[in-house]
Design a protein around this ligand. Structure first.
Ligand SMILES: [Zn+2]
Length: 344
């Protein structure tokens, strides 16, 4: 048996004994050392998203040490420090073979049960994961930092697919954790001016500390005019939208130049309004960014080299046994919590 934090029914998390997972020949058994609580876990708690059907062990932002390996596992051994992709993707899928495994059919997210599958996650002492989603953690990177790699990799994926070139002026709408990582990675990637938009002064302060050159509240009068002043009268070359609502997507589009690119990362609304004529007559590119496609390796290297910091986004590190209480705090938005990491 092992300890796990189980969503037994909606709004009811119980820390209890459950059977240890079995692992197949191509899988490793990981002893979990840290697992972050994702916003999608908190929203999944009450059943509103339909993606955490109980009973379920949630958790997909994790790291740990290999405890045992299946008979077909060659490149990993027990004792290896690892993190892993949040998505288990099939290797023989058309999209995977096209190099786009994040879009593959029949992929499963760890700690998610949307109805057509149930895949237990990492709020537990042990988790079985296939060898092809593993990444080695450099010695100088802690397990808690490694549990932050998933979120940073989501941000890097957006930066990578945006096609950003050195010196491009960028707007980031939404300075939550993903927006902050986008800003940090834009600095590393050689962006020109980086402009952050958020309605929370504390978040804007965080954006500034993370490398944003300019910060604005979206209610600022003549925001498009001010952004034009900062970008040689053109508007942003690339906008990153990290909220996912009509207002913020419209802000991102309104601040972008003709022929510019708007990368949509935020995913909170099913349907939004789009300023069609501005997009069409401006020949703008609207690009969805989904999850991660191998960006773990680069993020781990940036952490090893101390070029990217994630510690400032960790609000608390707590025992897994207190998980239900931390979920409650996050659900009720008590305090200004960013990432809470649970340790089995
Ligand atoms: Zn997540």
């Amino acid at each position: 048996m092992m300890k796990a934090l189980v969503l037994e029914e909606y709004n009811k998390l119980v820390y209890k004994d459950v059977p240890e997972p079995h692992f197949s020949p191509d899988e490793v058994l990981v002893r979990i050392k840290a697992c972050g609580i994702c916003g999608s876990d908190v929203h999944g708690l009450d059943g509103s998203t339909g993606r955490r059907v109980p009973p379920l062990i949630m958790g997909h932002e994790a790291s740990g040490k290999i405890e045992a390996t299946g008979s077909e596992v060659k490149n990993w051994k027990s004792g290896d420090r690892v993190t892993f992709d949040s998505t288990v993707y099939p290797l023989d899928d058309w999209f995977t073979l096209e190099g786009r495994y994040n879009l593959s059919n029949n992929r499963e997210v760890l700690g998610v049960s949307p109805g057509d599958y149930r895949r237990n996650g990492a709020f537990a002492e042990l988790l079985a994961v296939p060898q092809h989603i593993l990444y080695r953690i450099p010695d100088s990177v802690t397990y808690e930092q490694a549990a932050m790699v998933e979120a940073a990799a989501v941000a890097l994926h957006a930066v990578k697919i945006s096609g950003m070139k050195t010196g491009d002026n960028c707007v980031v709408t939404g300075a939550g954790m993903i927006g902050i990582f986008v800003i940090k990675l834009l600095v590393i990637s050689g962006a020109g001016r980086i402009i952050a938009i958020d309605n929370d002064p504390a978040r804007l302060d965080g954006a500034k500390k993370s490398g944003a050159d300019d910060i604005f509240d979206p209610s600022d009068n003549d925001l498009p005019g001010k952004i034009k002043d900062l970008t040689s009268s053109r508007g942003a070359d690339i906008s990153f939208e990290a909220v996912g609502k009509s207002e913020t997507v419209n802000t991102a589009i309104s601040l972008s130049r003709k022929g510019g690119t708007v990368v949509l990362i935020g995913n909170s609304s099913k349907v939004i309004e789009l300023p069609l004529q501005k997009v069409v007559t401006g020949e703008m590119k609207i690009l969805g960014s989904c999850a991660i496609r191998g960006e773990y390796e680069v993020i781990l290297k940036l952490l090893e080299d101390k070029r990217l910091t994630v510690d400032d986004q960790i609000s608390a590190i707590a025992p897994l046994s207190e998980g239900a209480e931390w979920f409650r705090k996050l659900y009720n938005k008590e305090g200004k919590l960013n990432k809470v990491i649970l340790v089995p």
